[in-house]
Design a protein around this ligand. Structure first.
Ligand SMILES: [Cu+2]
Length: 262
């Protein structure tokens, strides 16, 4: 079905469910399309001028159509409240459960026209974020006075381990963007001033793209970033190296964080 619709292959744990829902919706739409087309052709035949030389100015006198419409509203309400909402609740994963699974945490900061990433470092804690400190676009705005932030590091590529949940806190520094990773089947608006969580679990190691899915300026089409899903070991080594380098830099300058925007 995905190949038929031109959709990129799925590489996340929950993506199969998303694809399944999209497929079901497409099949329903196909059934509706066929049904309405048949009804349209029937009306063309039933009400054409040759069969009805004289127009009928009174039209339908009974209330069948009103009853039908009320019936449709009731059936749709039952489908939505009785089936769709409970199913959604049951099938979607909960943020609290993901948080218990020792996820990788990273902030994605969108700006015109790229993405910057802020990792919490070896202590697993993000430094305090103070947006008043923003010195340039894509600045993660880490408060240099907070010791939790001294081992935080930034990167221009999203690197995450395979088979482990990742929580990305999505934000922006200038206008509204939209952070989308199609192979992971996730997408979230990036809004200045807000850190909004989004999560997924990659199932294979790969290199792919993240894109901006919200028209955000003249270079929006080039707002594409790299993403690497790597083995747990190489992720740990990389994160430890980056974190140690940051800590060394920040302890030298005694609290004045210098986190470069790549
Ligand atoms: Cu954008």
């Amino acid at each position: 079905m995905n190949e038929l619709l031109g959709v990129t292959e799925n590489f996340s744990e929950h993506g199969g469910g998303v694809d399944h829902m999209i497929a079901v919706v497409h099949w329903f739409m196909l059934i509706l399309f066929i049904g309405w087309t048949i009804f349209f052709l029937y009306c063309c035949w039933r009400f054409n001028a040759r069969r009805n030389p004289k127009a009928d100015y009174t039209g339908v006198k009974n209330h069948v159509s009103t009853h039908l419409e009320v019936g449709v509203v009731i059936i749709e309400a039952v489908l939505l409240l009785g089936f769709a909402f409970p199913l959604w609740r049951e099938r979607t994963d909960k943020f609290e459960d993901i948080q218990k699974q020792d996820p990788v945490r990273v902030r994605a900061i969108g700006y015109q026209f790229a993405w910057n990433y802020h990792y919490p470092g070896e202590d697993g804690k993000f430094g305090r974020i103070d947006r008043h400190l923003a010195s340039n676009v894509g600045d993660p705005c880490i408060d240099p006075d907070d010791p939790n932030g001294w081992d935080d590091f930034t990167a221009s590529t999203l690197k995450v381990p395979v088979n482990k949940p990742t929580i990305v806190m999505v934000t922006a520094t200038d206008v509204i963007h939209n952070y989308a990773i199609v192979p992971m089947r996730v997408q979230q608006d990036a809004i200045p001033g807000q850190d909004i969580p989004m999560w997924f679990t990659p199932t294979e190691t790969l290199e792919t793209y993240v894109v901006c899915a919200q028209l955000c300026g003249d270079q929006h089409g080039n707002m594409r970033g790299l993403m690497e899903v790597v083995k747990q070991g190489s992720f740990d080594t990389w994160a430890a190296e980056q974190s140690a380098a940051s800590l060394k830099r920040n302890s030298k300058t005694e609290g004045t964080t210098e986190v470069a925007v790549n």
